[in-house]
Design a protein around this ligand. Structure first.
Ligand SMILES: [Zn+2]
Length: 291
């Protein structure tokens, strides 16, 4: 089974009139004011999945500042998975603007059956010490439950683009240290974080961390697959396309170009994600209809 572990869907009101949301959220404006930044409908994603042989997609919304918009986004993702059973695995997002509201939303969504949390991102201001403190409080109850938390990370060097967060990888390390038993998925290859797993203390802190490939063709040569495999092995890498940013085929051709053995590709393209996302919110056995 092929699973795309990182895609985005936003409610129709946002897709239809993105401009009206710009003044409500500065980060959203930053990422989407360029019309080339596409917004997909569920049917677009589904048709693309069918065309490219993807069975399921993990769907994320946008990390709105306004808790009400987060709630609406989460409700929309839940509707999507209910409308197309067996195709979508929704992740829930919350805003750190109010800790109490975020806790409520976390509990509401996980009780409902969301596959995890994410994509959490702090496009403005990055992962500050205060945000690490809030996240630690919010995610602590998830420890040892195996509920994945997808966190946006990006490389600290290279070209600039909208949404690229400065501040380096040290805050990511601090967060992993604060929450050693939370199952993090670091998006976009962790911004290169996996390289530092060559350091024993980083390897210890990141032992349970997964990395997704989202946006890889825009950022790295396909050699990154072989390098990541040498450092972290084949079990903690997840294929994620960041659709509608890029279609899955771009990744599959890079994996072929990198001459990855078929069994390694199978792990990256679905087996790893299957083990990670098909859990009940309590960390229990997956339901029959989920596997
Ligand atoms: Zn991201």
């Amino acid at each position: 089974m092929i699973i795309d572990a990182h895609t985005h869907l936003l409610p129709p009101a946002v897709a239809k009139s993105r401009h009206s949301f710009f003044r409500r959220d500065e980060s959203f404006r930053l990422l989407y004011e360029n019309e080339k930044a596409r917004l997909a409908r569920p049917i677009d994603l589904l048709e693309n999945m069918d065309r490219e042989g993807v069975h399921r997609s993990v769907i994320c919304g946008f990390p709105w500042q306004d808790p009400a918009l987060c709630r609406e986004g989460n409700d929309f993702l839940w509707e999507c998975q209910a409308r197309y059973p067996g195709r979508f695995l929704p992740l829930a997002c919350f805003s750190l603007r109010s800790l109490r509201e975020a806790e409520k939303e976390r509990d509401r969504c996980l009780a409902q059956g969301f596959a995890g949390i994410g994509e959490l991102s702090f496009y403005r201001g990055g992962l500050s010490a205060e945000r690490i403190r809030l996240l630690t409080a919010l995610l602590k109850p998830l420890q040892s439950k195996g509920i994945p938390v997808l966190l946006h990370t990006n490389e600290p060097v290279g070209h600039e683009y909208p949404g690229k967060i400065s501040g380096g990888l040290l805050p990511v390390f601090r967060l992993l240290q604060a929450l050693p038993d939370v199952t993090f998925v670091l998006a976009h290859w962790g911004g290169g974080f996996f390289f530092y797993e060559l350091m024993p203390e980083v390897a210890r802190a990141a032992a349970g961390v997964f990395y997704d490939t989202a946006a890889s063709p825009f950022l790295y040569r396909s050699l990154i697959y072989s390098l990541a495999l040498r450092i972290i092995g084949p079990r903690r890498i997840l294929f994620g396309s960041d659709y509608p940013l890029l279609p899955p085929q771009r990744y599959f051709s890079e994996m072929a170009e990198a001459h990855l053995p078929a069994r390694v590709q199978a792990r990256i393209q679905g087996l790893n994600a299957g083990r990670l996302f098909f859990r009940t919110p309590n960390g229990g056995r997956p339901r029959q209809d989920q596997v």
